[in-house]
Design a protein around this ligand. Structure first.
Ligand SMILES: CSC[C@@H](O)[C@@H](O)C(=O)COP(=O)(O)O
Length: 347
């Protein structure tokens, strides 16, 4: 793996390598990692150098190509077995964002559809599918943004949590897409970004990317959300998601559930921006979504500084599940759905 300094973009296929903007270094340093192996991609996903559900899926699809591009498989069957092995490996990088599994399955399905092609043609199809996933994600995010914009109006205050932004997708973000589109239309939305403990995706990433785009963004600590809502500064909450279950329960960054409860208590609509790739109809309810637990050091040594006693017991779930009852609507590229109607989004 080599490291270089370049411009802003989370995932790029360039020449014959995957370039990832190292999100653990933002907002202080803009550093691109050049990845050449699936092991490097796996580690970048695990260690949050690339993160956010759609970006994880995109990176994994390219990782799959990196894993099979040197294949010496004698025939199509042997190539498919190699592909499956690499996909199974990449699927272990993180458990919660269903986009990871969706993207790997999509690449495998493409190879299946290609049928009896020469192995070199199948390799090209793997790369083409990864590029297509990335290209489509930008269109999907823009459409989600347009759908969300129909629920907002000029001058509104909107609170968001974690980073469901351009840094988590091919472009625009999901929950942040209406902020970019509103700016294009000359609207002035006032965005409140929760800092998002423990690893501060809101402070390091959302505040950074919206500020760079010239969007009116105010950073608050997570425990200020209630007060900001109580003061009437916020008229809508929009968050992203890592997985929507079939009953409309939504897994997203830890702290999202609390924000949803606060929004309901204040009569503020709570919207979830979700590409269809994050909707998992195979998972019946939120209780069935696997929740990642991350190392204790993320809490005890926040950003490298010790802030808790040695040996303290720590519980560090990276995501929580917001019950469908707290969600006003789930906004996808195919429309706006009540959580209990989410099955219709894929029809
Ligand atoms: C459009 S990204 C939506 C979610 O993936 C995002 O809100 C989130 O929870 C990201 O968590 P992370 O742990 O940073 O990968």
């Amino acid at each position: 793996m080599t490291i270089s300094q370049e411009t802003f973009a989370p995932v790029k296929w360039e020449g014959d390598a995957l370039l990832l903007l190292d999100q653990t270094r933002l907002p202080v340093e803009t550093i691109f990692l050049t990845l050449n192996t699936p092991e490097e991609v796996w580690a970048a996903i695990r260690h949050l150098q690339v993160r956010g559900a759609p970006a994880i899926g995109m990176a994994a699809a390219y990782g799959l190509y990196l894993g099979v591009r040197g294949s010496q498989a004698a025939d199509v069957q042997a190539f498919r077995e190699e592909l499956n092995t690499q996909a199974d490996y990449l699927a272990t990088a993180r458990p919660t964002a269903v986009n990871l599994f969706w993207a790997l399955d999509r690449v495998k399905a493409r190879v299946q559809r290609e049928g009896e092609q020469p192995v070199e043609a199948l390799k090209a199809a793997v790369l083409d599918e990864a590029l297509t996933i990335q290209r489509e994600d930008a269109e999907v995010c823009r459409t989600i943004g347009e759908n969300l914009l129909t629920l907002l109006h000029d001058g509104m205050g909107v609170l968001t949590h974690c980073n469901p932004g351009a840094l988590a997708t091919a472009a625009y973000g999901t929950a942040t897409a209406p902020f970019y589109l509103a700016k294009e239309r000359g609207w002035n939305l006032k965005v409140y970004a929760d800092e998002t403990r423990p690893v501060l995706q809101g402070a390091r990433l959302t505040a950074y990317e919206l500020q760079q785009a010239g969007i009116d963004v105010t950073l608050i600590c997570d425990n200020m959300a209630a007060m900001v809502m109580g003061q009437g500064k916020v008229q809508a909450v929009i968050v992203g998601t890592d997985r929507v279950a079939a009953n409309g329960d939504v897994a997203n960054k830890i702290g999202t559930y609390g924000v949803a409860v606060l929004a309901k208590a204040h009569g503020i609509p709570f919207y979830v921006a979700s590409p269809l790739s994050s909707i998992d109809l195979e998972t019946p309810t939120g209780a069935d979504i696997p929740i990642e637990e991350r190392p204790a050091e993320e809490i005890t040594h926040g950003l490298g500084k010790q802030v808790a006693p040695d040996g303290i017991k720590v519980y560090n779930p990276a995501f929580d599940v917001t019950p469908a009852a707290y969600i006003t609507a789930i906004v996808t590229e195919t429309g706006i759905f009540k959580p209990e109607e989410i099955r219709n989004s894929k029809k």
